[in-house]
Design a protein. Structure first.
Length: 127
């Protein structure tokens, strides 16, 4: 069995991911409501998913999450799990895309407020 010396692990919080930034192994960032750890040192590309959707990925997911984006806006880039409101509908993003007429989502519901939307999205599912 492998032996780990926890005192030697040095995670470095880098805050929100940004483009053209030098990241080293064990740097930790936030992106899209999620937390990731760098597993391969690199200079970040123009989009986060360029570094994430490759084999092997330069980032590993540490903590899952979602981001409230408020009112839906055309020509705004949304990513998986972004939550927006459009015409009194709250939606949970179904992938990386830029807002336009083809509004894609996997969860939609009529809501009267952000409180209703968040209660719906965070409600446990039965099954």
């Amino acid at each position: 069995m492998a032996e780990f010396k926890l005192g030697r692990i040095r995670f470095v919080w880098k805050n929100v991911w940004t483009t053209a930034t030098q990241y080293f192994q064990d740097d930790v960032i936030a992106y899209g409501g999620k937390v990731y750890i760098c597993v391969i040192g690199h200079i970040s590309a123009g989009t986060f998913f360029t570094d994430f959707n490759i084999n092997p990925p330069k980032w590993n997911l540490v903590s899952d999450g979602q981001t409230w984006k408020g009112d839906w806006q055309p020509q705004v880039e949304y990513i998986f799990d972004d939550i927006v409101i459009k015409t009194i509908k709250a939606a949970l993003g179904a992938g990386q895309y830029v807002g336009g007429d083809n509004f894609r989502f996997i969860v939609a519901m009529d809501v009267n407020s952000i409180t209703d939307a968040l209660a719906y999205v965070s409600a446990p599912t039965s099954g």
